[in-house]
Design a protein around this ligand. Structure first.
Ligand code: ADP
Ligand code: MG
Length: 378
């Protein structure tokens, strides 16, 4: 655990080992939701994010990411920078996954789904795909062919709830099995796949199916989702006599909040455990990929098993990590930033490059047991 990624890169270069595509991790800080003077505790500058250190108020914790999007960033900007460049890979027959990670209330659903006025990544991907498919066909060797017959987009919509895989286009209690074919493609056996030919086709399927999602109230947010919600697009493209099979996953992950704070008991606590297991394993998988470790623990959760052929290897993945700026979310933000990057340093708050509003004293809720601090700080 003490080995640094850089050492590993050097070792890999020496051994001439083939390098995996890293999972790109970006941060999005949502705008404050109210005008009141609830304190803001997250600062951003360039590709850095800073929060105060609750263990030593004179210090700030500074984290570095591929990109940082602050409160003024638009859906369009995030799409153009993080998502659109990946779509071409899917048309070339490679696998792509785009997921939103973060605690409840931090903006995952806003980022992935958005609103009618300001659509998120899912509708933008659909729109761009249908717009660009004929053009892409034209850039291949030879003249542009009829888009309708040369590309096929199949839409599936599923959720992983309590470590069970459920089909949202054909809801039932059945836990669908995740399997692997002879070419190491992962698939969900029995999952509904609908061919869609236009953005309207997508809207007709997606709108009603979204309502099938499992929602349960928690103390933190009554629209909190307990499930991982997954759009799967299969993109088949024919060029000459070759057909390329690409796959795109668009994932609104379950909330990553610390369940000890949400007052979850009984059945809810069991669900929380399952959600945390998948998210915990996802963290290990992303870490293993980005540090080029020999063993990647895909099989340890349903979510990572499903994503096995779509993150790591030659796949293209981006994790949009959502955080809230308000001090009341400090602990969630702290845990999320620690989860999202190991690239962290402590800076003196007086000389910090980013000014972060800080409380006179750490909030009381942050007084944690030693073992817990160790766990999240790791
Ligand atoms: P999550 O899915 O992570 O629980 P939501 O996406 O539901 O969080 O966001 C929580 C609230 O914040 C919602 O009311 C949402 O409309 C709002 N929100 C989130 N991100 C933004 C943003 N970038 N701009 C404006 N409002 C946002
Ligand atoms: Mg949500």
């Amino acid at each position: 655990a003490s080995r640094k990624p850089l050492d590993m890169v050097m070792e890999r270069k020496k051994s001439g080992e083939k390098r995996q595509t890293r999972v790109k991790v970006v941060i999005r800080v949502r705008p404050p939701l109210t005008q009141d003077n609830s304190k803001i505790c997250v600062g951003t500058a360039g590709n850095k994010v800073e929060i105060f250190n609750h263990r030593n108020i004179k210090e700030n914790l500074q984290y570095e990411f591929s990109s940082v999007f602050d409160k003024s960033s638009s859906q369009r900007e995030i799409f153009e920078v993080c998502v659109k460049p990946l779509l071409g890979h899917a048309i070339k027959g490679e696998n792509v996954s785009i997921f939103a990670y973060g605690p409840t209330g931090a903006g995952k659903t806003y980022t992935m789904l958005g609103t009618e006025e300001d659509p998120g990544m899912i509708p933008r991907v659909m729109h761009t795909l249908f717009q660009s498919l004929p053009a892409h066909c034209g850039t291949a060797a030879g003249p542009a062919l009829n888009a309708a017959s040369d590309h096929k987009v199949s839409f599936s919509f599923l959720e992983i709830y309590n470590e069970k895989v459920q089909d949202l286009l054909n809801p039932s209690e059945t836990d669908l099995p995740i399997r692997e074919d002879g070419n190491h493609n992962i698939f969900v056996a029995g999952l509904t796949e609908k061919v869609i030919r236009s953005f309207d086709d997508f809207k007709h399927l997606f709108g009603p199916a979204s309502k099938n999602r499992t929602m349960a109230a928690t103390k933190l947010n009554d629209r909190s989702s307990r499930s991982h919600c997954i759009v799967q697009l299969k993109v088949d493209s024919r060029r000459g006599n070759q057909v390329y099979h690409g796959k795109i996953y668009l994932i609104d992950l379950a909330g990553s909040e610390d369940n000890r704070r949400t007052g979850n008991i009984g059945i809810r606590l069991k669900e929380s455990g399952a959600i945390n297991k998948s998210l915990f394993v996802l963290g290990e998988v992303v870490d293993a990929i980005n540090n080029n470790l020999p063993r990647i623990p895909y099989r340890n959760s349903k979510l990572t098993r499903l994503l096995q052929d779509s993150i790591g290897g030659s796949c293209h993945a981006v994790m949009i990590t959502n955080v809230s700026p308000e001090e009341s979310f400090y602990y969630d933000t702290y845990c999320t930033l620690n989860f999202a990057t190991k690239s962290r340093k402590i800076v003196n708050s007086n000389t910090a490059s980013i000014s972060v509003d800080r409380p006179a004293e750490p909030p009381k809720s942050l007084k944690r047991s030693h073992s817990e601090s160790q766990r999240v700080g790791g």
